[in-house]
Write a protein that binds this ligand. Structure first.
Ligand SMILES: [Zn+2]
Length: 141
């Protein structure tokens, strides 16, 4: 799967709708502070994997990626049909760490934070909308 940053594909929308989360702290979840959620979407032609990869960037130092999570918003059955390997769907449905490999000391904490963030249906609706925007751009000749 090839993922590219949403801000590189739809720059203005990405900046206007970039989410910020505030982590109280320091706590077991992390050092505390503000984090930007940078979204990445798959740009493989013909693919329909319906997932987002989110990097948590430290707002005070945005080059510092503290965690990367991936999230498939469809039900497990969708990924079971779609997955090439028997067990591959497990990594595609729901929230998992990676695949951009940033697994810092707080990665598990940010996984929990992300789980909480996606309880907000508007957040999930925005991911789906951004995903569709990217797919439409990729599908253009
Ligand atoms: Zn894909």
């Amino acid at each position: 799967m090839t993922v590219e940053p949403f801000d590189a594909i739809c720059h203005d929308v990405a900046l206007a709708e970039m989410r910020v989360c505030e982590v109280p702290g320091p706590s077991t979840l992390g050092p505390g502070g503000k984090y930007f959620l940078r979204e990445f979407y798959c740009t493989e032609p013909g693919c329909d994997c319906r997932r987002v990869v989110v990097q948590f960037l430290e707002a005070a130092a945005p080059s510092n990626v503290v965690a990367s999570v991936s999230y498939g918003w469809e039900k497990a059955g969708f990924y079971k049909k779609w997955s090439r390997s028997a067990e591959g769907w497990r990594e595609m449905a729901g929230v998992t760490l990676g695949p951009l490999a940033e697994k810092g000391p707080y990665a598990e904490g940010f996984l929990k934070i992300f789980d909480h963030i996606i309880k907000d249906r508007q957040v999930v609706a925005a991911f789906r909308r951004h995903y569709r925007m990217v797919r439409e751009i990729i599908a253009r000749p």
